[in-house]
Design a protein around this ligand. Structure first.
Ligand SMILES: Nc1ncnc2c1ncn2[C@@H]1O[C@H](COP(=O)(O)OP(=O)(O)OP(=O)(O)O)[C@@H](O)[C@H]1O
Ligand SMILES: [Mg+2]
Length: 258
């Protein structure tokens, strides 16, 4: 299955009611099993694009559609946000099972699916914990498990690790890759963090701001595993520099406006 974003634009009503163009003429495909990362300065329209792909927002122009889905149905979409939004009154297990409640799976299969995903994200032993009893990283993992448990066709993530400290974030990036390798879902991932983008992506899409457009699409030509290892450091840093130079001017302008 591939997602086609075809000449998509988005306008919002600005503070005085006049239209503000957040995104203009975005053309991009997310291929089967591809991990695409969107980067760009604050306010360039990353979340807007992700939310349109997820069907939470309608494009003002252009269209977004799916090709190559075997059955005749809408694709299922799993979303993970910066705030995981676990239900505080539900345990880890009940949170992960949430998306399965409406499904027609027999109860024992639901339970198997839940158990498998608890194990996948390394939360075995915490099934009966409530969110407030977990660390931030554990909550994020529970949120990822809840999203993956519905077995989505497409995974959308909007800065899922930005609220975590640097060490936990690094561990979560490794964890995400490990999990992702087992599912290999078409993925669109938003981050501010250039190292994170280069570490995770098959392709990095750099957006420019005002209005948000595609500035450059950069295929990351490195093995998926061990990109941060010593032997790749020069390549890795080369990609980071390239991306940073593309967004630097925009980012500086964005800072001055805040
Ligand atoms: N509901 C809305 N109504 C009006 N304007 C909006 C709305 N949502 C977003 N915008 C504007 O659209 C632009 C893009 O916003 P968006 O949240 O998509 O950016 P972003 O790249 O995700 O930013 P950040 O990196 O800070 O999360 C911004 O200029 C923002 O002010
Ligand atoms: Mg955003």
């Amino acid at each position: 299955m591939r997602i086609v974003i075809d000449h998509v634009g988005k306008q919002y009503a600005g503070p005085d009611g006049s239209p503000v163009t957040a995104l203009e003429d975005i053309c991009l495909c997310i291929e089967e099993e591809e991990f695409v990362v969107l980067v760009g300065p604050s306010g360039c329209g990353k979340s807007t694009l992700l939310n349109m792909v997820g069907g939470l927002l309608a494009p003002s122009s252009g269209r977004i559609f799916v090709e190559g889905l075997a059955e005749d149905r809408d694709p299922s979409v799993g979303m993970v946000f910066q705030e995981v939004g676990l239900f505080p009154w539900r345990t880890v297990e009940e949170n992960i099972g949430f998306g399965l409640e409406e499904s027609s799976l027999p109860p024992e299969q639901k339970q198997q699916r839940i158990d498998r995903h608890i194990e996948l994200v390394g939360l075995s032993g915490f099934e009966n914990s409530y969110p407030h009893q977990l660390s931030g990283g554990m909550r994020q993992r529970a949120g990822i498990a809840r999203t993956l448990a519905i077995q989505p066709d497409l995974l959308l993530m909007d800065e899922p690790f930005s609220a975590l400290d640097a060490q936990t974030r690094t561990l979560m990036q490794e964890e995400l890759l490990r999990i992702w390798e087992q599912h290999r879902l078409s993925t669109l991932y938003v981050t501010h963090n250039i190292q994170e983008a280069v570490y995770l992506a098959d392709r990095v899409v750099v957006l420019s701001r005002r209005p948000g457009r595609i500035n450059r699409i950069i295929p990351i030509d490195m093995p998926r595993r061990g990109r941060d290892g010593a032997e790749h450091i020069a390549r890795f840093n080369g990609y980071c520099d390239l991306i940073w130079n593309l967004i630097r001017k925009d980012a500086e302008e964005a800072l001055r406006e805040v």
